[in-house]
Design a protein around this ligand. Structure first.
Ligand code: NAD
Length: 419
């Protein structure tokens, strides 16, 4: 992982790359390269031993031209102001590329949640929700889960908000448990859009996913569900997976579901008996495979590592897994990369469905959710290909940003400038 690449600078570079193919002034683009506002706050919370813990937290609202700010909340020791800004910007362009009526936001707390008890995490989460209260709302800013947060944290945030506002407003946050107003299909949505994007990409290039070799970096929510669906629905051969403990490999295929069950039981994928070999994460990323799915964190592949990547296709389940330098190297080497803002957009798309259901107080079946998701992702993929073929762009990422920037720019121009 390349720690010295600033993800916010990566985002700005990606926007500049796309703007270079469009008839738009630098002054207009400048606004779309920076957040509208960022909350930085220090949460002070009583810990179980009676001492006070102070936790830095952020919420970035990047752009709201197309609808309420939308984006997850991450708990991680590496959360920083620039990371949150970058992630909130990627949300703007992600929502635009799949054409759902949201802007982009993101939040995070600088914390290693493994070091705190559940009761402490609840107090920390509720303290953050209290700080967020003036900013969020069903029509203002709608958070969601991200790394190390899930239904439990979403339920706490919803409850804190509703209690303080003296109302019920399940649409204030998405990614909730079903009984608290969550949507069927939300947990699997990011892995599902990753699978759908891989399927459409293979189809476009006339390749077959059946028996295709697949390596997955990061075996959490996004990575493990993608692996499971690629294997179960398309007969792909998941040859390697990894998590922060290391990587495992079996050229004849690991059973995606059993590997996940093993990780759930033991906390890591290493040691799984269905593996033939253990690898380092770098070795996994440079395996000779048909499909590589980075599904961990940002900057997993830098320029140096990209020179050794031996996959034909990369679908980015994680946000920002390639540095801009890696992107250039892979474009040069003709490796197809389908960008994060489309590949992992299933999460926010089903969050959108959850919000729609919350607003209507009318809930859909899982099959309806999955059908609507497939329609959105396939339409977005077709739009991406159309742009890729029509514009003289170097890769699918730039094409995706052209599609997204155009939509954001149109909304922004139509709104006009005031005050
Ligand atoms: P998660 O916490 O469930 O899983 C992350 C996984 O990555 C874990 O298995 C962890 O061990 C592993 N990991 C961490 N560092 C690693 C490293 N250096 N090498 C290998 N593995 C490593 O998180 P998630 O929800 O699956 O999110 C993963 C990525 O997908 C993030 O970039 C996130 O922003 C993105 N994403 C997630 C969703 C969603 O709905 N879950 C939606 C959109 C984007």
């Amino acid at each position: 992982m390349s720690g010295d690449v600033n993800p916010f600078e990566s985002l700005q570079e990606q926007i500049d790359d796309a703007a270079a193919h469009m008839d738009v002034g630098d002054d207009v683009i400048e606004r779309l390269k920076n957040p509208e506002r960022v909350l930085e706050t220090n949460l002070s919370v009583e810990l179980d031993d009676g001492s006070v813990g102070v936790f830095r937290a952020y919420r970035s609202q990047f752009n709201g031209d197309r609808g309420p700010y939308k984006g997850g909340i991450r708990y991680h020791p590496d959360v920083s102001r620039d990371e949150v800004k970058a992630l909130s910007g990627w949300m703007v362009y992600k929502c635009a590329v799949v054409d759902i009526p949201y802007g982009g936001g993101k939040g995070g707390i600088v914390i290693d949640p493994r070091e705190y008890s559940e009761a402490e995490l609840e107090r920390i989460t509720r303290a953050f929700a209290t700080e967020l209260r003036p900013l969020i709302g069903e029509d203002r800013d709608v958070p969601a889960p991200d790394v190390n947060t899930g239904q439990r944290e979403m339920n706490w945030i919803k409850d804190t908000y509703e209690t303080l506002e003296n109302t019920t407003a399940p649409g204030v946050i998405t990614g909730k448990a079903i009984d608290s107003g969550g949507s069927a299909g939300r947990v699997e949505a990011t892995g599902r859009s990753t699978m759908l994007t891989a399927r459409e990409t293979f189809d476009y290039f006339g390749k077959d996913l059946y028996s295709a070799s697949v390596a997955v970096q990061g075996y959490g929510n996004a990575g493990s569900v993608a692996a499971k669906l690629l294997e179960a629905d398309h007969g792909a051969n998941i040859v390697a997976v990894s998590d922060s403990s290391g990587a495992i490999y079996n050229p004849n295929g690991l059973d995606a579901q059993k590997t996940k069950e093993y990780k759930n039981e033991t906390g890591s994928v290493t040691g799984y008996l269905g593996a033939k070999e253990e690898l380092t994460n770098e070795e996994l990323l440079t395996l000779d495979v048909d499909l590589l799915v980075p599904a961990a964190l940002e900057n997993a592949i830098d320029g140096e590592l990209a020179a050794d990547v031996d996959a034909d296709v990369i679908v980015e389940a994680a946000n920002g897994p390639l540095t801009p330098e890696a992107d250039d190297v892979l474009t040069e080497r003709d490796v197809t990369v389908i960008p994060d803002i489309l590949t992992n957009a299933g999460g926010v798309t089903v969050s959108y469905f959850e919000w729609v259901q919350n607003r209507q107080r009318f809930y859909w079946t899982e099959s309806r959710v999955n059908e609507e998701l497939e329609r959105h992702i396939v339409e977005a993929f077709d739009g991406l290909v159309e742009c890729y073929e029509a514009y003289d762009v170097p890769n699918f990422r730039t094409a995706a940003y052209v599609v997204a920037l155009k939509r954001v720019l149109n909304a922004s121009e139509e709104a006009g400038r005031w005050p």
